[in-house]
Design a binder for this molecule. Sequence first.
Ligand code: HEC
Ligand code: HEC
Length: 262
Amino acid sequence: MTSRPGSSLLARTLAAAIACAAIAGCDSLPGKPREADRPIRPSEVTDFAALWGTNCAGCHGADGDRGSSTPLANPVYLASATDAAIRGATADGIPGTSMPAFATSRGGLLTDQQIDLLVQGMRSRWGKPVSPTPPGIDDATAGDPGRGAAVFAARCASCHGQDGAGGPKAGSVVDPDYLQLVSDRALRAATIAGRPDFGMPDWRGESGREPLDAGQVADVVAWMASKRPAPIVATAPAAVAPAHAANPAAAQPTTTRNDHVP
Ligand code: HEC
Ligand code: HEC
C-alpha cells in the first residue's frame, strides 16, 4: 500500500474538524458566533464605556467633556456632587430640561446596578481630589439676586459683560432661550465647576482671587435665575395632559419648558 501523505493530511484535518464540532463550545468553526459576539441584552451591559457611549455621550461628550450640557468629567463638579446627587439626576432626570430619566422605574432603560456602575465609573475615571472643597452642588440655600448682581459685577462681568448679555471673552448668561433650557442647578454647576474646556474659571476664580463662598454662589445663581422670563404658567394637569396623569413618570423626563410654547 502506497502512503499518500496529502490525503492523510486531509483526513487528519477533517477528523479534527469533526472532533471539534462534537465538542460543545468550539468557537473556531466558520459561521458559528463566538461567545463575545453574541448579542447581549441592554440590561446586561456592565461595561462603563459601552453604557456611557450608548446613553450619555450624545449630550455629555464622548469623554464626559465638551458636551452640550454640564460637563461631568470635571473633577470640581465631581467633588461638589455627592454620589446620591449624581445617581438621582441619572435615575430621575432633571425635570424641565432635556436630561432624561434613565431608571427603569421611571420608564428608562438602565437598571439600578447600571446606574451605580456609571456613578462609580465617572468618579474613578474623572474624579480627583480638589482643594479647597468646593461648595456642594445640592446646597439649596436661597440666594439674593441683589447681592448676586454685585458678585456678578466683581467676578463675572469681565468676561460675560456688565449686564451679563455677553462680553469680550464669553457669551450671554441672561439670554432668555438659554435660561429657559437650564435649571438653576445647572447654573450652580457652571458657577462652581466652571467650564475649563472654554477657559471659564471654577468657583476659585481667576488667579489671585478668593474662592466664592457658598452664599456668593447662591446669590449669583439667584441673579442669573431672576433674568429668566416668567415661567409659562402651568395649566391644571387635568386640562393639559390626562394621558400623562396616568403615568407621570413616563411623561416627565423628556418635557422641557419649551414644550409648552406653541
Ligand atoms: C438628551 C441629552 C442628555 C442625555 C442623553 C444625558 N444627559 Fe445628563 N444632562 C443633560 C442636560 C441638558 C443636563 C443639565 C440639565 C439642567 O440642570 O439644566 C444634564 C445633567 C446631568 C447631571 C446633573 C448635573 C448636576 O447638575 O448635578 C448628571 C449627573 C447627568 N446629566 C448624568 C447623565 C448620565 C449618567 C447620562 C447617561 C446615562 C446622561 N446624563 C445623559 C442632558 C442629557
Ligand atoms: C475668564 C472669563 C470668564 C469668567 C471670569 C466667567 N466666565 Fe462664565 N463662561 C466663560 C466662557 C468662555 C464660557 C463658555 C460659553 C461662552 O463662551 O459663553 C462660560 C460659560 C458660562 C455659563 C454657561 C455654562 C454652560 O455650561 O453652558 C454660565 C452659567 C457662566 N459662565 C456663569 C458665570 C458666572 C456666574 C461667573 C462669575 C462667578 C462667570 N461665568 C465667570 C468665561 C468666563
